[in-house]
Design a protein around this ligand. Sequence first.
Ligand SMILES: [Zn+2]
Length: 160
Amino acid sequence: MTFLERTTDARRYRAWEGNMEADYIYTSGLAGQRFFVALRDEGRLLAARCTACGLDYLPPRIFCEECFAELTEFVPVPPEGQVASLTVAHQDRTGALASPPQVWAFVTFKGVRGGLLHRLLATPDAARPGMRVHIRVRPREARTGTIADIEGFEPARSTK
Ligand SMILES: [Zn+2]
């Protein structure tokens, strides 16, 4: 095949086999750092507040999406959230059967823009959008400053 010829059959492309080094380190950023330190040390969720717009952001960020102001104020997220959506996973991330199935939910909080995706500590039959939940964090000595410091969202007592 010359350079004037084109193929539309991907099976005819030539290929070299080899390895390419690709190591990356991602930081959590300024707002993420505050979020994870508060989660680890105090066991609570923080949102970033834009005082100009009156908006709180979760996950926290360093600039307001509306007015582009730099956000330097962090406020606690209300203790109770609401399941906005959920899904049931029957396999874990390796493809192995998850037994029992895991429920994952996107949870929003009143007055906060955004939300948090995490495990919902309820059976698939009991899980439903709209249910009230709060976070359950690992014991202080087991926390490492990652999202895994949260065990999950558990149903609030009022909805059990
Ligand atoms: Zn703003």
